[in-house]
Design a protein around this ligand. Structure first.
Ligand code: PLP
Length: 376
């Protein structure tokens, strides 16, 4: 059987990893400034993570949501502390798309309305409603197209106000990434997020903070939306949550009431997934990883900004984008092939840095030196 050929892959076979380093089958060593799409949050094979998962697997790996799974409450308690949202409620699933799908569905159930507002350059995943709310027409199948999702301009509060004034009674929710990832590391302005909060309150709509890529401590705060000083009604999470183990979830404000059968999943919140997520939060806390993300992010941005031919350095914490000048349009390829450093990209020409939150100064310097060498 052939693999369904949907990924344009690099011809590299990674066989092991440790911290921010990975090795291929020929024992070449690579620096990982990508984390497989912002997934590796506490580093590859972190000993505490390996211990927690192994221990759990030796007891029981999976049982469904038809019985008590105490690890779910343990995770909810840790999340309540880490986010400061201990009065919110946790629903667990398996991926970012599924988290957003459930968030938008819940907004619709709660309000009895059917319109979702999303923004230009957004990416919310590939399941039906998540992809309908994603501003990339080429990945939206005809069956996913719906008039229920309306796209407005990112960071344009005036258009949003106008839309709410005309259609406020039909809007179930507004979904927005605090920092657009796939869209190119674009920061939602504090004023825009504050305007969303005010409008959702005024018209009874649900504010959904897609934190799948920009959340979970990556920016130095637990949710990047926190910088605006307002709270969302639902936060979606995945990626860094399990450090590679598939787990996603939504954190739901207390005024949104659950009902049996309203949401559900076979795999979501299983023992092993919870063990992974618990290990991640324990390491984030014991190693002060949000502080590290914040200071290493500042260090990287400050030094990147001083490198000639590197433009438009932006981001927060360890979610950074920059654009190499035209003659260095192949920089990402050169970083990988010549310097053995993985980075991410956003079309047309942004390099995205999404390393583990425990990246050190030495590793940052390896990347900075490689970029300096290329532009020299
Ligand atoms: N939301 C955002 C902001 C993302 O960046 C992604 C994935 O890149 C998703 C949702 C979808 O997550 P997943 O691939 O886990 O379904």
């Amino acid at each position: 059987m052939k693999l369904f050929d949907v990924y344009p892959i690099n011809d590299i076979t990674i066989t092991r990893g440790q911290g921010s380093w990975v090795w291929d089958d020929k024992d070449n060593k690579y620096l990982d400034f990508y984390g497989g799409h912002a997934v590796i949050s506490i580093g590859h094979t972190h000993p505490h993570y390996v211990h927690r998962l192994t221990e759990q697997l030796n007891h029981i790996g999976f049982y469904s949501n038809s019985i008590r799974i105490p690890q779910q409450q343990q995770l909810a308690d840790l999340l309540g502390k880490a986010t400061g949202l201990d009065d919110y409620q946790l629903f667990l699933c398996n991926s970012g798309a599924e988290a957003n799908e459930n968030a938008m569905k819940l907004a619709s159930f709660h309000t009895g309305r059917s319109k979702i507002i999303a923004f230009s350059k957004s990416f919310h995943g590939r399941t039906s409603l998540a992809v309908a709310a994603t501003d990339t027409p080429s990945i939206v199948a005809p069956v996913n197209k719906t008039d229920n999702v309306v796209f407005l301009e990112f960071n344009n509060a005036a258009t949003l106000v106008e839309y709410f004034q005309k259609h406020g009674d039909q809007i179930a929710g507004v979904i927005i990434e605090g920092i657009q990832g796939v869209g190119g590391i674009n920061l939602a302005s504090d004023e825009f997020l504050q305007a969303i909060r005010i409008l959702c309150d005024q018209y009874g709509a649900i504010f959904i903070a897609d934190s799948v890529q920009c959340g979970y401590g990556r920016t130095g705060k637990f949710f990047s939306h926190d910088f605006s000083g307002v709270k969302a009604d639902i936060y979606s999470m995945a990626k860094g949550m399990g450090n590679g183990f598939p787990i996603g979830g939504i954190i739901i404000a207390p005024h949104i009431a659950p009902k049996y059968g309203m949401l559900g999943t076979t795999f979501g919140g299983n023992h092993l997934a919870c063990a992974a997520a618990i290990a991640v939060l324990e390491v984030m806390q014991s190693e002060s990883l949000m502080d590290n993300a914040s200071s290493m992010g500042e260090y990287l941005q400050a030094h990147l900004s001083q490198i000639p031919h590197i433009h438009n350095v932006r981001g927060r914490g360890l979610m950074i984008g920059f654009e190499p000048a035209e003659p260095f349009g192949d920089m990402r390829k050169r970083l990988l092939n010549e310097c053995r450093i993985f980075t991410g990209e956003a079309k047309p020409n942004t390099i995205r840095l999404l390393p583990a939150l425990n990246i050190g100064k030495d590793e940052a310097d390896v990347l900075l030196d490689a970029i300096r060498k290329i532009v020299a």
